[in-house]
Write a protein that binds this ligand. Structure first.
Ligand SMILES: *[C@@H]1O[C@H](CO)[C@@H](O)[C@H](O)[C@H]1NC(C)=O
Ligand SMILES: *[C@@H]1O[C@H](CO)[C@@H](O)[C@H](O)[C@H]1NC(C)=O
Ligand SMILES: *[C@@H]1O[C@H](CO)[C@@H](O)[C@H](O)[C@H]1NC(C)=O
Ligand SMILES: *[C@@H]1O[C@H](CO)[C@@H](O)[C@H](O)[C@H]1NC(C)=O
Ligand SMILES: *[C@@H]1O[C@H](CO)[C@@H](O)[C@H](O)[C@H]1NC(C)=O
Ligand SMILES: *[C@@H]1O[C@H](CO)[C@@H](O)[C@H](O)[C@H]1NC(C)=O
Ligand SMILES: *[C@@H]1O[C@H](CO)[C@@H](O)[C@H](O)[C@H]1NC(C)=O
Ligand SMILES: *[C@@H]1O[C@H](CO)[C@@H](O)[C@H](O)[C@H]1NC(C)=O
Ligand SMILES: *[C@@H]1O[C@H](CO)[C@@H](O)[C@H](O)[C@H]1NC(C)=O
Ligand SMILES: *[C@@H]1O[C@H](CO)[C@@H](O)[C@H](O)[C@H]1NC(C)=O
Ligand SMILES: *[C@@H]1O[C@H](CO)[C@@H](O)[C@H](O)[C@H]1NC(C)=O
Ligand SMILES: *[C@@H]1O[C@H](CO)[C@@H](O)[C@H](O)[C@H]1NC(C)=O
Ligand SMILES: [Cu+2]
Length: 578
């Protein structure tokens, strides 16, 4: 980075880094080049320039196996500062490749390059990559498909075909301008104009029908849908008309198979779903042979406007002779109401880790460090009362009443090079004040927060429990909290205020779901556990982009352990300059 000199230890660092990474640990090494550029795309009757990777939208799928290494050379040919993040990848000891703007790196500036390493030692299932700068991920995203290592198999019968289903969100306007307006006005962001499935809005939007995404299936065969919610600001329900879905994996962790009519997926989460093409109509050439897959919002916050449209794709049976009647319009699946928190809760409660001999769980049974974090939407006073938030204040959000502000130099480099003044280490372990967090009415004077850049430091190998407590400050809402560098066990979840004595008695410490993003119930809480055995600097934030922008974020710094394999790797030689 510009402000630093290259020291002897740094040079030695590179030698050690390449020494360490050159070990023949990987089954296979894949090389990709991702060129970020601005490309014109037409959706909803309007053409606009969007950010793409290699001209594609959605971006390219990374296909690999568990145990592989993927090396991506990122070349930024666009006119914006950008970073790319590999969502849900542990990146053991190597936060340098995590790609979070001003947390683990300064952005790749226009014309710049940065080579990132995606270490797939620990993952198997569906993950995804996306930009982690401003709201660039609106169009910069793609799937990461990690299959079982050669010689091993899925813990279910091999599907006929695997189909990525990337759920996204589209604005007709320039998304950078939506973000700029949000920051300038201090109010809510403009809602999107469409949701998309694999980049296509579907039949219920103007100028979209001819490009609606279609999946062709044969009667009697089973298909694996790899579903990712890449939307910016919305949790989504997803279902397929006339078919049940069997959840077998979430966030690259196998689950006990669980059959459902619909799923609720938060931004950041992924689900692998088995779909059996067994609708009797599928075998009958005279019956309707097309069914909609559809997604629309689960919007739990009262009085917050949201995109209330429905995106669709088509599941079409190819079995039998061609239909003698013109294809009837496909039917829509049942999707719960936009505010049906009960439906979301019943679905989420069904998730359990597979916990088999081949895929065991390792839930921390004793806890060294207990942290309780309130998750709130807040206000900041606006100079001149010119903002468009409630009472002409500025919208904000916080964790334990700290509204995170990005530092000038990324925290990882400030930590590694001991640059002082960039961040503080006083992120609280507990809510700074206790009140009825989930009360119907909370006095307006309690909604104000403060901005700072405080992180939490953890000793290596600490077993950590974090309880996220949703609050009803301004508006209670389901918040998808995402942690980088770790996957965690979701040991408990409930409504109302977390009770430190009673609620732990109801924890699942046997087969809890293992996730990288947890939906904290609206006006409720969620408890997660993980072992801090990955030294580095790891971002934790709400995956609703407006809340991330408003400050619902913090950082865990996990210190080095004693052994040589318990230490942060040195930085790569091409870190983007600040
Ligand atoms: C993209 O579209 C704009 C206007 O719609 C046009 O001015 C520009 O030349 C186009 N860019 C490319 C690369 O086609
Ligand atoms: C980045 O890589 C591209 C393609 O290899 C090259 O043309 C460009 O000069 C590089 N940029 C810098 C700043 O080195
Ligand atoms: C989109 O908005 C950003 C931020 O205002 C601006 O810099 C950029 O030029 C705009 N892009 C287009 C294609 O208009
Ligand atoms: C957002 O919505 C407002 C109000 O409808 C409109 O004036 C503004 O132009 C929109 N912003 C963008 C970037 O389209
Ligand atoms: C919803 O918003 C309107 C207008 O801002 C306000 O008058 C009303 O009290 C709000 N209702 C709730 C339940 O917050
Ligand atoms: C959402 O749209 C549906 C129709 O698609 C309508 O019935 C419902 O009232 C709308 N809800 C809201 C909150 O706008
Ligand atoms: C959901 O929204 C409908 C219509 O807007 C309303 O009548 C109902 O009370 C809401 N339900 C909940 C649980 O908020
Ligand atoms: C907190 O608020 C909720 C919702 O209004 C209420 O049901 C509950 O009784 C309150 N708890 C306490 C301890 O006052
Ligand atoms: C907030 O206002 C209430 C009255 O509405 C008052 O009792 C309370 O002390 C105030 N709290 C703070 C932190 O100012
Ligand atoms: C949050 O911090 C602000 C500013 O210090 C303070 O006014 C407010 O009472 C605090 N709120 C809570 C819920 O602790
Ligand atoms: C981490 O802590 C656990 C539990 O105390 C212990 O079993 C394990 O050996 C420790 N691992 C390391 C690498 O220190
Ligand atoms: C791009 O990143 C550099 C390095 O952090 C920063 O100095 C510059 O202000 C950024 N540019 C924009 C437009 O944000
Ligand atoms: Cu949130």
């Amino acid at each position: 980075m510009g402000v630093l000199k290259v020291s002897m230890t740094q040079v030695l660092g590179f030698v050690l880094l390449f020494g360490a990474l050159a070990r023949p640990t990987w089954t296979k090494v894949h090389h990709h080049t991702f060129v970020i550029e601005e490309t014109n795309y037409t959706r909803l009757c309007y053409t606009k320039s969007i950010l793409t990777v290699n001209g594609q939208f959605p971006g390219p799928t990374i296909n690999a196996r568990n145990g592989d290494m993927v090396i991506v050379k990122v070349y930024n040919r666009a006119g914006y500062n950008i970073t790319l993040h590999w969502h849900g990848i542990r990146e053991t000891r190597n936060p340098w490749s995590d790609g979070t703007e001003y947390i683990t790196q300064c952005p790749i500036q226009p014309g710049g390059n940065f080579t990132q390493r995606i270490d797939l030692t620990n993952e198997e299932g569906t993950l995804w990559w996306h930009a982690h700068s401003d709201w660039d991920r609106a169009t910069l995203y793609g799937a990461i498909v990690v299959r079982p290592t050669r010689g091993t198999a899925f813990p279910f019968s091999k599907p006929q075909k695997e189909i990525p289903i990337l759920l996204g969100e589209w604005w007709i306007a320039n998304v950078s301008q939506i973000l700029a307006d949000l920051i300038r006005t201090g109010g809510d962001p403009n809602i999107s104009d469409a949701y998309t499935i694999n980049g296509q809005p579907g039949d219920f939007y103007p100028c979209s029908r001819k490009d609606t995404f279609k999946v062709l299936v044969e009667y009697g065969k089973t298909y694996l849908l790899r579903v990712v919610n890449a939307a910016i600001n919305n949790e989504l329900y997803f279902a397929v008309a006339g078919h049940k879905l069997t959840v077998v994996c979430t966030d690259a962790s196998y689950t006990k198979p669980f059959t459902t009519d619909f799923i609720m997926i938060t931004p950041g989460q992924t689900f692998n779903l088995l779909l059996e093409a067994n609708n009797p109509a599928g075998a009958d050439p005279l019956a309707p042979r097309r069914f909609y897959m559809a997604a629309r919002s689960y919007s739990s916050a009262q009085n917050v406007s949201f995109d209330n449209t429905t995106t669709t794709a088509i599941l079409e049976y190819t079995t039998g002779s061609s239909p003698s009647t013109p294809a009837a319009p496909p039917q829509l699946p049942y999707l719960p109401g936009y505010n049906d928190t009960n439906a979301a809760t019943v679905f989420t409660a069904g998730l359990r880790s597979l916990a088999s001999r081949e895929h065991p769980v390792d839930v921390p049974q004793t806890i060294d460090r207990r942290i309780i974090i309130t998750v709130s939407v807040n206000l900041l006073t606006c100079p001149g009362a010119t903002c468009t938030g409630p009472g002409n204040n500025r919208m904000a959000s916080s964790l334990n009443n700290d509204s995170f502000r990005n530092p000038r130099i990324d925290i990882l480099e400030a930590y590694y090079y001991s640059i002082s003044g960039d961040y503080g280490t006083n992120f609280p372990d507990r809510p700074p004040s206790y009140f009825n967090f989930t009360a119907d009415m909370i006095p307006q004077n309690m909604t104000f927060t403060k901005r700072n850049t405080e992180v939490k430091v953890l000793e290596y190998n600490t077993s950590v429990e974090v309880v996220f407590q949703g609050t009803n400050l301004l508006a209670g809402e389901n918040h998808p909290m995402h942690l980088h560098g770790f996957t965690f066990y979701v040991v408990g979840r409930g409504f109302g205020n977390y009770d430190e004595k009673r609620d732990p008695l109801g924890y699942n410490l046997v087969d809890p779901a293992y996730e990288n993003t947890v939906g904290v119930p609206r006006n409720g809480w969620a408890a997660i556990r993980f072992r801090a055995d990955n030294p580095g600097v790891w971002f934790m934030h709400c995956h609703l982009e407006r809340h991330l922008t408003w400050g619902m974020d913090t950082v865990f710094i996990v210190k080095n352990g004693k052994g040589p394999q318990e230490r942060l790797l040195p930085p790569p030689p091409d870190m983007p300059p600040c």
